[in-house]
Design a protein around this ligand. Structure first.
Ligand SMILES: *[C@@H]1O[C@H](CO)[C@@H](O)[C@H](O)[C@H]1NC(C)=O
Ligand SMILES: [Zn+2]
Length: 230
């Protein structure tokens, strides 16, 4: 290849790969536990490059598929997401301050199975927290958690033991139970979760379900349970 076309080729492939991922968001990953067993396991089985790569993939997936936010003005304006691998107990990971994710090195060390897959699943959930709307704090926490679990369900990253369709006692039970209910609503009204998230930008009202689905949420829950014979 002549030098000039080589340079053009390099520029072209560079800009293509650059624009495939989320142009405006930076991902910064810091292993603050790199001398602990979990931090070493992170380095050996997951690593910082892989973490940054899946953050881009998941970010795009959330915008394009889950929330269907095709213009920047629709999106939660985040320009950097920080990840810390830290030694703490009591949770797998926690999203805090709007754009930070702490992952427990103790959890990573104790996990039995394909750690890289599980870490990816966890990131579908935590990254959703970074980009979702929560009605400026007015949305029920368990709905917020349900939407985060809905992302991993939709992306085929629901872990072993994730609720089956029809399981659960209440629509706002949270996590995988609420995720399955949202999946049901999305099956009736395609894009439901994206529309619900959009409504949740500045406030929350349980009537949003009725506005989108034509029935109160309690009625939807009864019909959901009936569909699965429960
Ligand atoms: C997450 O880890 C960072 C770095 O150690 C720490 O400063 C921050 O307080 C932690 N956040 C939470 C919510 O634990
Ligand atoms: Zn969560």
């Amino acid at each position: 290849m002549a030098l000039k076309s080589y340079i053009m080729y390099t520029l072209l492939t560079f800009s293509l790969s650059f624009f495939q991922t989320s142009v405006s968001v930076n991902y910064v990953v810091t292993n603050l536990a790199d001398n602990t067993p979990g931090g070493i396991r992170f380095t050996n089985e997951i690593g910082i490059p892989y973490t940054k790569q899946i953050m881009g993939t998941i970010n795009d997936y959330i915008w394009s598929t889950v929330f269907q936010q095709n213009t920047p003005s629709d999106r939660n304006p985040v320009d950097i997401v920080n990840v810390y691998i830290v030694e703490f107990d009591g949770a797998e990971a926690i999203e805090w301050g709007g754009n930070n994710i702490n992952v427990s090195s103790i959890y990573l060390n104790g996990y039995e199975g394909d750690l890289k897959w599980q870490f990816t699943s966890l990131f579908y959930h935590e990254m959703t927290h970074v980009f979702q709307w929560d009605g400026e704090g007015h949305a029920p926490l368990m709905l917020v958690e349900g939407i985060a679990d809905y992302t991993k369900l939709k992306a085929n990253y629901a872990q072993k033991g994730f609720a089956k369709p029809g399981e659960g006692d209440r629509w706002d039970q949270g996590y995988d139970f609420t995720a399955r209910f949202l999946e049901y609503c999305d099956g009736i009204d395609s894009g439901f979760v994206a529309k619900l998230n959009k409504k949740m930008r500045y406030n929350f009202d349980v009537k949003y379900f009725e506005e989108l689905m034509g029935k109160p949420v309690d009625q939807l829950w009864i019909e959901y349970k009936a569909k699965y014979g429960q």
